[in-house]
Design a protein around this ligand. Sequence first.
Ligand SMILES: [Zn+2]
Length: 287
Amino acid sequence: MLAAFTALVGAIFGGLWFAPRVIVALKWHQPIRLMSEPPPAHWAAIVRDRVPISKKLRSEDFERLLKLIQVFLAKKNIEGAGGFDVTEEAAITIAAQACLLLIWRNTGMYPGLRTIIVYPSATIPKMLDSSTGGFEESLSPIVGQSWGAGVVILSWDSADFGAFDPRDGKNVVLHEFAHQLDQETGEADGMPVGLPLSAVKPWAEVMEKHFRLLRAADRKGRKTVLDGYGATNYAEFFAVATEAFFEKPERLRHTKPDLYGLLTDFYGVDPADGMRGMGDGLGMEDE
Ligand SMILES: [Zn+2]
């Protein structure tokens, strides 16, 4: 009886877990269609100036980044708020960082995302309260936020500074767009879409191990390569790990090689080894 009950619960909840992932995977697998016309020539200088991590890219990857930026800007609304005027430079700076996560992945262009709202600095946005249908102010100022409902919020000064220093392990745009990848499954749980079934178990085990280690370190006030904010929950852990992966890759590889290896497979690139593309990221194996 107990076994039958367990099987029934497993079928129901397994279905709930699995069904959105199948639906999203279909959307996610729609490949990005690059445009036939080349991106404007002056974009390359803007990306090199404003997003210095791009200087590590191999020339073919840099060209692909420019083409991804072109698609991103055509498909997503970037809106200023709080008096912020979205210049071309600002839009490209944000798009370049968001698209960095996609260069080596066979994936869609953030299929659930419609709008990026940019404030001049850390802000207290009004949030939609789904229970009342009204708007409520968030409790504290935020520098970025990723909503499952197709919206990313950024503060421009944090987005700009995050790009300006590519080695401090803090990058709000990489952080929020890692959340977007995570939320493509329908929930933010640190397990993004695109993992083949064979990778789900090792992913869960390694993430869990390092999440617990970070929690313990954070409780003792001990600093690690991962920002202590990642100890908040699995979703924040994945976003924080993504920041460290791109901005402190050598240290992450040295101190947490299994976590570094997972992220290398997932993003399809080895940032500690000259930003070498693996050519066969997890997303590509999943076809
Ligand atoms: Zn976060």
